[in-house]
Design a protein around this ligand. Structure first.
Ligand code: SF4
Ligand code: SF4
Ligand code: SF4
Length: 272
């Protein structure tokens, strides 16, 4: 059992959130939601410990499909960034706002960009593409994320200022159209830049929250330099161009790490 301390702790942390929200909000949905996500994350962690190289993808598919299909399409909850603004403006602290607070704003102080590695339904599809490791140097176009971030805010603010009716319906269709656009742009960029995660690096508006918060992440990859033989394999397998051999928080692309553990899994000396 000691071997599985991490998955058990992860499940317990999610269960604590599940029970707290269930009791404080009086809604059993939170118990189901966070128990399911906690079980999916714990399963992935357990598979990783067993050496299964698809461990992360199992969690990513279990959580990503649940959010996209059940929460988004069946329950009609817009979990995209415009849904976050919408529920924030209406003053409703419900699913989308709680989701952002836990996964994308305050959670990254603990688990960095774990959301991007294990749950995001956009990356869930992009990770099936052929360029798992970037084949071209990084582009200097990360500013686009601020444009998409502001555009999502202006879009929702304009709907409120214009007193547009039936906003719930508009948000549902914004979710559908937004996801189709994300997949189309994400796939096109992956092939153009030979990099599955190009969308994450340059376009995704959520990184405006994720990057600064994950700078302070408690859970992060560090190197035991007494074991490292400087073979460089870790850098060659990283999808996000992180310099994981530098332990400083300001390391190159440090706020890009998605905790995929490819560097850890491939290190021949178990130095990471
Ligand atoms: S950067 Fe955006 S698209 Fe990429 S995994 Fe994170 S949330 Fe998903
Ligand atoms: S793969 Fe391991 S041994 Fe090789 S450089 Fe990276 S940390 Fe060092
Ligand atoms: S390979 Fe290592 S440094 Fe790169 S994103 Fe994955 S966990 Fe982070």
């Amino acid at each position: 059992m000691k071997k599985y301390a991490v998955p058990i702790a992860l499940f317990a942390a999610f269960e604590a959130v599940a029970i707290t929200l269930w009791l404080t909000k009086g809604n059993p949905f939170y118990l189901f939601n966070f128990t399911y996500i906690g079980a999916s994350v714990a399963l992935g962690a357990a598979l990783f410990i067993q050496g299964n190289k698809n461990a992360r993808r199992v969690t990513q598919l279990l959580v990503g499909l649940y959010m996209l299909v059940y929460l988004g399409l069946i329950s009609r909850e817009n979990m995209q960034i415009e849904g976050f603004w919408y529920y924030l403006f209406t003053g409703v602290f419900e699913a989308a706002t709680i989701h952002y607070a836990v996964a994308k704003i305050f959670g990254p102080l603990l688990f960095g960009r774990g959301w991007c590695g294990y749950a995001c339904w956009t990356a869930m599809v992009l990770d099936f593409l052929p360029y798992k490791v970037p084949e071209q140097p990084r582009k200097q176009i990360g500013w686009i994320r601020y444009v998409t971030f502001v555009a999502s805010l202006v879009f929702v603010a304009a709907l409120f200022l214009a007193h547009v009716g039936n906003l719930e319906r508009i948000m549902f269709w914004a979710f559908i159209v937004g996801n189709i656009a994300y997949y189309a742009v994400g796939i096109a960029l992956a092939y153009a830049f030979k990099d599955n995660r190009a969308f994450c690096k340059y376009i995704c508006p959520i990184t405006v929250f994720l990057k600064p918060m994950s700078y302070f992440a408690r859970i992060r990859v560090t190197c035991d330099h007494s074991k490292c033989i400087e073979c460089g394999k870790c850098r060659r397998v990283c999808p996000m161009d992180v310099d994981m051999l530098d332990d400083a928080r300001s390391r190159k692309n440090g706020t890009e790490c998605i905790l995929c553990m490819e560097c850890v899994r491939n290190c021949p000396k178990k130095a990471l």
